[in-house]
Design a protein around this ligand. Structure first.
Ligand code: MG
Length: 264
């Protein structure tokens, strides 16, 4: 069996950042336009490119699309400055660290063992592995698929202690594309370039997304990926099921349950 690519959403799924997103937008908007923002576009489940564009429209900025890249440059410059605020006001969601660590045990294993060798270290179902997950023998690579631009995602994850188990080089971010579904292909390409043998690696349900909004679920399904919902953001479990999630968790506190949802 081939390797799997697990892509975590950040806000509402792995952590709550304590509202630093709107603070960052305010600072950058003030720098660029010399006034404060009075309204923000909806943020949950959306990419920074989409949020910036709509926020600029709401603020009455002329030719808003022209200002999206300068705005992203402003967010990038300001990202390190919010680390302390996230550390103070934000928090990792319960169970997130344990879930990442459990998956990391698979990620760090040796190359896939021969079929029928479930005892290989790092293989699913290996002795000592957190649960029996069939006879798969591929590795798991885990990263993020988030609407945050990468520097902001990295600061948030670092500030709450979740950065280490993730391979952020193979993730996809809110500055990569405006449309979340497109981010799935970005992450697949990056993962295949590092860990795969062909660009088609991580196609279909070899990629698994886990997120807290119907937009996460829709992005996964549109790309043919497995979709797992977690109801720790603004949406109820029923909303995530209605969006078509293959599995929905109330939270990440039960690591075995998380692994069963991600790795059926
Ligand atoms: Mg989210």
């Amino acid at each position: 069996m081939g390797d799997l690519l697990v892509l975590w959403d950040v806000d509402g799924t792995l952590l709550h950042a304590g509202g630093v997103g709107t603070d960052l937008y305010n600072v950058v908007f003030l720098q660029l336009f010399g006034r404060s923002l009075e309204a923000f576009a909806p943020m949950a489940g959306r990419t920074d490119r989409a949020i910036i564009l709509q926020t600029l429209e709401l603020a009455g900025v002329a030719e808003p699309r022209r200002h999206v890249d300068p705005f992203i440059a402003g967010l990038t410059a300001q990202a390190p400055a919010v680390r302390e605020a996230v550390a103070l006001r934000g928090r990792a969601l319960p169970g997130a660290a344990a879930a990442l660590e459990a998956l990391a045990e698979f990620a760090s294993g040796p190359p896939p063992a021969a079929p029928g060798a479930p005892g290989a270290p790092g293989a699913f179902g290996a002795p000592g592995a957190p649960g029996a997950f069939g006879a798969r023998s591929g590795r798991i690579h885990q990263s993020v698929l988030t609407g945050n631009i990468r520097p902001v995602a990295e600061v948030k994850l670092s500030a709450v202690g979740l950065r280490e188990p993730l391979d952020l080089c193979i993730g996809a971010y809110g500055d990569d594309h405006e449309v979340r579904t497109e981010l799935v292909q970005v992450a697949r390409r990056r993962a295949a370039a590092v860990h795969g043998s062909s660009p088609d690696d991580f196609g279909g349900t070899s990629t698994i997304l886990i997120g807290d909004t119907p937009l996460d679920i829709e992005a996964a399904l549109a790309a043919g990926a497995r979709a797992v919902g977690v109801a720790t953001g603004p949406c109820k479990a029923a909303d995530l099921l209605a969006a078509g999630a293959h599995a929905v968790l109330p939270d990440l506190t039960d690591t075995r349950q998380v692994l069963r949802a991600l790795l059926p």
